[in-house]
Structures are given as structure tokens and as C-alpha cells.
Design a protein around this ligand. Structure first.
Ligand SMILES: Nc1ncnc2c1ncn2[C@@H]1O[C@H](COP(=O)(O)OP(=O)(O)O)[C@@H](O)[C@H]1O
Ligand SMILES: [Mg+2]
Length: 301
């Protein structure tokens, strides 16, 4: 196939998964997975719950070993013995919740596991200075680096983890559903940093179940379903509508709409005149809570 535009690079892949499979006892969580990750590209891995996305990340990040196939980093077959080995090989992972230690300060988190030392102690001044500079470079304004990370918004936390990965020289950055818990505005911020990483020449693996987010930044799309790759396409081979359709699962939607055929989806049910308060109240409370949560998330960034 010819290279027609700038949506793909021609360099050798930094990370190659060939026929990768993973069994957990009787559960065949992944099988026959082929993925190429290139520097300067965003590779999106999409799939529903149970598709095998986390298993895939854990293999690349050194948490689990694969049981079938081969994984090559820079052309060399690799089995990571631990996450630390994967990290020192240039693979950084930004986990959705575990990205940072919530009770530690921003600068402490930035250097966690890579502290700058001075004599027998830590060079706190230097670490604060560098963390501040690096975050500023990424366009992140955090007035007080001594604040615990738990005081920051979800988007800010993701971005700190991203800045850290770039600073410590990662070649490949894996992001596990970084936008899943975020509102629209904060998701936009994280997506912008995904592009920054691409522009910095990193190989980015963006795990998501949101085809819209994927299509905003992705060069290459892989959909997993029940542990297998069901779609593998470059941007120039696929429209957003096709990606969304594949994710929604055309066939399954058709079956679902058949099942719901008698459900009358447009119907509006007026509130019962009295005695129904017990049933209605919890629903309202849940809605109100969701709204509040959303407001909280949209507050900063
Ligand atoms: N540690 C484990 N032990 C046994 N089964 C697992 C384990 N982790 C995941 N699985 C199974 O593997 C399949 C893929 O899971 P996972 O990789 O978490 O998917 P996703 O992240 O796409 O939701 C699921 O059927 C899940 O139940
Ligand atoms: Mg998962």
C-alpha cells in the first residue's frame, strides 16, 4: 500500500506484537493479537468491557507476561520481568486511577521513583524547580507544587503523569482510558497532550472506548473484541462513522433494537399523582449527584 498522506509514518515500529495471546487459567483473554506501534503516531486501542484492553496494557507495561506469540521492542524479542524493567526500557504507563500517589505533593509525584539526590538526602529545591519548569513547558499552571495531588482535577493529574513520562525519556506511552472519567473540557485538555506527545516523537498507545476521542487524535485504530482484533486500520482507510459503527457493533445493535421493538422508546410517562414519591426520589437524587460530579470535574483546567 502506498503512503498517501501524513497520517502514518514509514519508520520501523518501536513496538511489535505478533500473534500475542494470554491465558489466565481457563480464560483466553487475548489471542492472535497483532499490533504495530510507531514513534510519532497515536495508536488507538478500542473495545468494550472485557475485550482484553487491560490485559494488553499489562503485557506491554510488564505487569503480566504473554503466553503466546512474541513482542519485540526495537526489533528485539522482549519479555518484561516487571513494570520497572518495562519502564527502564522506555515504556511509560499512565493508569486511569493509579497514575499518581494522591497524598503526595505534585513535585514529589513528578519525581516518584526517580528522585534527585544531594549527598545522603533529597534535593528538594531542585526537584521543585524542575517539576515547575517541566509543567510550565507543557502549559500546565499549578500555583502550589506542594499541594497534594488529590486536590487536583482528574485532568490535571493525567497531564502531570504525561509530563513526567515525557521528561523521563519514555519512547512509548500507554494511556489507559485517560478520558473515561472526565468531562468534555478536561477530555479536550488530555487529548491535546496526546498530540503533544506524538509531536515530541513518542509512540502513543491510547486505550479508549470512545471512538470520537480516538478519531480526534488517532493515526491508527485497533478494535479488540473478546480478546481478538476485529479491526485494524489507518486513518486514511476509515471514517469516524465507520469507526463508530464498528464500535457500536452493527449486528448487535440490530438484535438489540429487535428485542426492544415493543418498548415504545418515545413514550413520555407522566408522574403518578400521589403515593409514588418513594420510587421517584432516589432517581432524582442520583441525577442530581451526577450533575454535581460533572460540575466538579469541569471546574478547573
Ligand atoms: N487476572 C485475571 N484472571 C482471570 N481472568 C482475567 C484476569 N484479568 C482479566 N481477565 C479476563 O480477561 C478478559 C479480558 O479482560 P480485560 O483485559 O480486563 O478487558 P478490558 O480491559 O477490555 O475490559 C475478561 O474476560 C476478564 O474477565
Ligand atoms: Mg480494562
Amino acid at each position: 500500500m502506498t503512503i498517501t498522506d501524513q497520517t502514518r509514518t514509514t519508520t520501523a515500529p518501536i513496538l511489535e506484537l505478533d500473534d500475542i495471546g494470554k491465558r489466565y487459567g481457563n480464560v483466553h483473554a487475548l489471542r492472535g493479537v497483532n499490533i504495530r506501534v510507531r514513534k510519532g503516531e497515536v495508536t488507538c486501542v478500542l473495545g468494550d468491557n472485557g475485550a482484553g484492553k487491560s490485559t494488553l496494557i499489562k503485557i506491554i507495561a510488564g505487569l503480566h507476561d504473554y503466553t503466546e506469540g512474541s513482542m519485540k521492542l526495537d526489533g528485539e524479542e522482549t519479555h518484561f520481568a516487571s513494570p520497572r524493567v518495562a519502564q527502564s526500557s522506555g515504556i511509560a504507563t499512565v493508569y486511569q486511577d493509579l497514575a499518581l500517589a494522591p497524598l503526595m505533593s505534585v513535585w514529589r509525584n513528578f519525581f516518584l521513583g526517580n528522585e534527585i539526590r544531594k549527598g545522603v538526602g533529597l534535593d528538594i529545591d531542585e526537584m521543585k524547580k524542575v517539576a515547575g519548569e517541566e509543567l510550565t513547558k507543557m502549559g500546565i499552571v499549578i500555583p502550589d507544587l506542594d499541594r497534594p495531588v488529590s486536590a487536583l482535577s482528574g485532568g490535571q493529574r493525567q497531564v502531570i503523569a504525561i509530563a513526567r513520562a515525557i521528561y523521563f525519556g519514555a519512547n512509548v506511552v500507554i494511556l489507559d482510558e485517560p478520558t473515561a472519567a472526565l468531562g468534555v473540557k478536561q477530555s479536550g485538555v488530555v487529548l491535546k497532550y496526546i498530540l503533544k506527545m506524538r509531536d515530541a516523537g513518542l509512540g502513543v498507545i491510547f486505550i479508549t472506548h470512545n471512538p470520537h476521542h480516538a478519531y480526534l487524535v488517532g493515526n491508527h485504530f485497533v478494535i479488540l473484541k473478546l480478546g481478538r482484533v476485529v479491526l485494524d486500520a489507518h486513518r486514511d482507510e476509515l471514517t469516524l462513522e465507520q469507526l463508530t459503527g464498528e464500535m457500536a457493533g452493527g449486528q448487535e445493535l440490530a438484535e438489540l433494537s429487535h428485542e426492544l421493538a415493543g418498548a415504545d422508546p418515545g413514550k413520555v410517562v407522566p408522574p403518578a399523582p400521589d403515593g409514588a414519591a418513594d420510587v421517584v426520589a432516589p432517581t432524582l437524587a442520583a441525577d442530581a449527584r451526577a450533575e454535581l460530579l460533572e460540575e466538579e470535574q469541569d471546574e478547573s483546567l
